[in-house]
Design a protein around this ligand. Structure first.
Ligand SMILES: CC(C)(COP(=O)(O)OP(=O)(O)OC[C@H]1O[C@@H](n2cnc3c(N)ncnc32)[C@H](O)[C@@H]1OP(=O)(O)O)[C@@H](O)C(=O)NCCC(=O)NCCS
Length: 144
């Protein structure tokens, strides 16, 4: 089956809450997802011929010092490591007018770090004291 990416619509919100394990326990994540979808700042990946709904999502906004920033990429645990995360991030890069995009992830998040390195993101800083003992690494990719 071929996978495609499109902007999220209101009807996707329930599926996104199911995909994202954090949404099950964190009300602020649920509110964030709903807000991002309503703002047109969320993209979903889905199987073209499967009516089952999105299997992953990513968000892109201007929340980082006014710069383009990817705050979240989440792929359903059943289909991880099959290219969906890379597909979402690449799509958001291509469909933004950004000259550079920032993102960040914890030191401990090797899957996301590897994904970003594979797409050409460079180290752009480190923030201590967000999650205890697990600094946040900032990355940037220059697109133009
Ligand atoms: C991080 C995440 C989005 C990656 O999505 P994914 O669809 O599984 O990633 P992809 O299949 O597109 O992988 C792309 C590359 O990332 C790296 N990668 C992904 N998962 C990996 C893993 N478990 N171990 C090592 N490298 C990994 C690999 O380099 C991979 O390329 P390859 O398979 O050709 O070697 C997914 O693991 C996820 O949803 N995690 C939970 C939420 C999260 O932590 N999001 C990131 C911070 S917001």
């Amino acid at each position: 089956m071929s996978r495609q990416v499109r902007r999220a619509i209101l009807g996707d919100i329930e599926s996104l809450l199911q995909i994202d394990p954090v949404a099950g326990r964190d009300d602020s994540r649920r509110k964030y997802i709903a807000r991002a979808v309503r703002a047109g700042e969320c993209w979903v990946v889905y199987e073209k011929n499967d009516p089952g709904g999105p299997i992953g999502y990513g968000c892109l906004d201007r929340s980082f010092f006014g710069e383009w920033f990817i705050p979240l990429v989440v792929v359903s645990s059943e289909i991880r490591r099959s290219g969906a995360g890379r597909q979402i991030v690449s799509y958001m890069e291509r469909h933004s007018s950004a000259e550079k995009i920032f993102t960040s992830t914890n030191v401990s998040n090797l899957p996301m770090r590897r994904l970003l390195e594979g797409l050409g993101y460079q180290h752009s800083g480190r923030v201590e004291n967000l999650d205890p003992g697990d600094p946040e690494l900032v990355f940037v990719k220059f697109l133009s």
